[in-house]
Design a protein around this ligand. Structure first.
Ligand code: KG4
Ligand code: ZN
Length: 345
C-alpha cells in the first residue's frame, strides 16, 4: 500500500486518443506508481490500420478494467486520488470521448478536480518520468503517428513551435512505407527491426528541406520516392531486399530529424535536447541523435520505449503540472480532435 503524505499529489490519468486504452497513477508529477495499457493493435492489424469505430467500441469495453488495474497496481483506492487527468485532444473523436466521459463521471462522482490534458504535451512530459534532473527550457523533437513538431519547451506546458511537418507525420511515413513493402501495421517497429539487417546506404532516397523554413519537415516526397522505387522494381522484375529498403528509408528520415533538431538547439543556444512520441522509440533515431548531441556538447533525453508510444503515465505527468498551474476543467470539457500544440482549453 502506498504511504500517503499530506503534501503529496496523486493523479489518476486516462488516455484513449487512438488505439490504446490506458490508465496510470502518478505521484507528484514524476513517479509512476502504475501504467496499464490495453493495446488494440492485434485487432486493427486485421484491417492494416486503426479503424476509428472499432477503437471507440473497444475503449468502452476496456476502460473500467484498465482504471481498476491501475489503482490496484498502485496500491491505492480511488478516494486517495487527488486529481483526475484525461487526454481531450488531439486524436480520434469517438476514442477521445470515451476517456473524457469516463474522467468526467469519476470526477463528478468523487468531487475531485478534473484536468484535461493535451496529448502532445503528454508525449513531451514522458521525458520527466525517468529524468528527475530535466527541467525546461529545452528543445524537443516530437515525432508520433499524427504529429511532427520541433519546439522549445519554455516552461511546463509552455511551447514555442519552431517547425512542423508540411505533409505527412514521421510515424505516418513509417506506417505507409511498411504497408507498401508488406511489413504490416504498425509500421514503425517493423521497419526498425528489418533495418537492423540492412544497409542504410544501399538506396539513395531524398532528404527533404523546406525552403526558407529550416525547422519544417516534409516526408511526402520521400514516401513517393520509396513507392516509385517499389513500383519500378516490380516492373523490371527486380527483387526488393526489404532490409536495405527499410534501412535506407529510415536513414533518410532520421538524418533530417536529427539535423533540424541539432541546428535549432545550437542556433538558439539551448544545451538540452529531448525527443518524444512513438517514433522516439526508433533505435536508429536514438543512436544517431545521441551521437550527434555528444559531438555538439548537448545533453540528450529520451523516454524508455514504453513511455514513447501512447500511455497514460505521460498524461498523469502533464496533468500534474497543469494542475499546479491552476488549470481545472469544467463539466463542459469536450473531445478536441484537432487541438493544436500551444492551444489550451
Ligand atoms: O505516439 P504514438 O504511439 O501515437 C500517436 O500519438 O500517434 O505513435 C505511433 C507512431 C506510429 O506511426 C508507429 O509506427 C511509430 O509511432 N513507431 C515507431 C516505432 N515505434 C512506434 N516508428 C519508428 N520506429 C519505432 N521503433
Ligand atoms: Zn501519441
Amino acid at each position: 500500500m502506498e504511504k500517503r503524505m499530506s503534501e503529496d499529489t496523486y493523479v489518476l490519468a486516462i488516455e484513449s486518443s487512438c488505439d490504446e486504452t490506458a490508465a496510470a497513477v502518478v505521484k507528484n508529477g514524476r513517479q509512476v506508481l502504475s501504467n496499464v495499457i490495453s493495446s488494440q493493435i492485434a485487432l486493427h492489424t486485421l484491417y492494416g490500420g486503426v479503424v476509428p469505430e472499432i477503437a471507440s467500441r473497444k475503449h468502452i469495453e476496456k476502460i473500467n478494467q484498465v482504471i481498476e488495474a491501475a489503482l490496484r497496481e498502485a496500491g491505492m483506492a480511488l478516494e486517495e486520488i487527488d486529481v483526475i487527468a484525461v487526454t481531450y485532444g488531439p486524436g480520434l473523436v469517438g476514442a477521445l470521448l470515451v476517456g473524457v466521459a469516463e474522467a468526467k463521471a469519476i470526477a463528478y462522482a468523487t468531487g475531485k478536480p478534473l484536468v484535461g490534458v493535451h496529448h502532445i504535451e503528454g508525449h513531451v512530459s514522458a521525458n520527466f518520468i525517468e529524468h528527475p534532473d530535466l527541467e525546461p527550457p529545452f528543445v524537443c523533437l516530437i515525432v508520433s503517428g499524427g504529429h511532427t513538431h520541433l519546439a522549445v519547451v519554455k516552461d511546463y506546458g509552455e511551447y514555442e513551435i519552431l517547425g512542423r511537418t508540411r505533409d505527412d507525420a514521421a510515424g505516418e511515413a513509417f506506417d505507409k512505407v511498411a504497408r507498401a513493402v508488406g511489413l504490416g501495421y504498425p509500421g514503425g517497429p517493423k521497419i526498425d527491426k528489418a533495418a537492423k539487417e540492412g544497409n542504410p546506404q544501399a538506396i539513395v532516397f531524398p532528404r527533404a528541406r523546406v525552403e526558407k523554413s529550416p525547422y519544417d519537415f516534409s516526408f511526402s516526397g520521400l514516401k513517393s520516392a520509396v513507392l516509385n522505387y517499389i513500383n519500378y522494381s516490380k516492373m523490371t522484375g527486380e527483387k526488393i531486399f526489404v532490409p536495405d529498403l527499410a534501412a535506407s528509408f529510415q536513414q533518410a528520415v532520421v538524418e533530417v530529424l536529427v539535423s533540424h533538431t541539432i541546428e535549432a538547439a545550437k542556433s538558439l543556444n539551448y544545451d538540452k535536447v529531448a525527443i518524444a512520441g512513438g517514433v522516439a522509440a526508433n533505435s536508429a533515431l536514438r543512436a544517431f541523435m545521441k551521437e550527434s548531441c555528444e559531438k555538439e556538447g548537448l545533453k540528450l533525453y529520451y523516454p524508455s520505449p514504453i513511455f514513447c508510444t501512447d500511455n497514460a503515465a505521460m498524461i498523469g505527468v502533464a496533468g500534474y503540472y497543469e494542475f499546479r498551474k491552476g488549470v481545472r476543467s469544467g463539466w463542459d470539457l469536450n473531445a478536441a480532435p484537432s487541438l493544436k500544440l500551444g492551444q489550451s482549453l
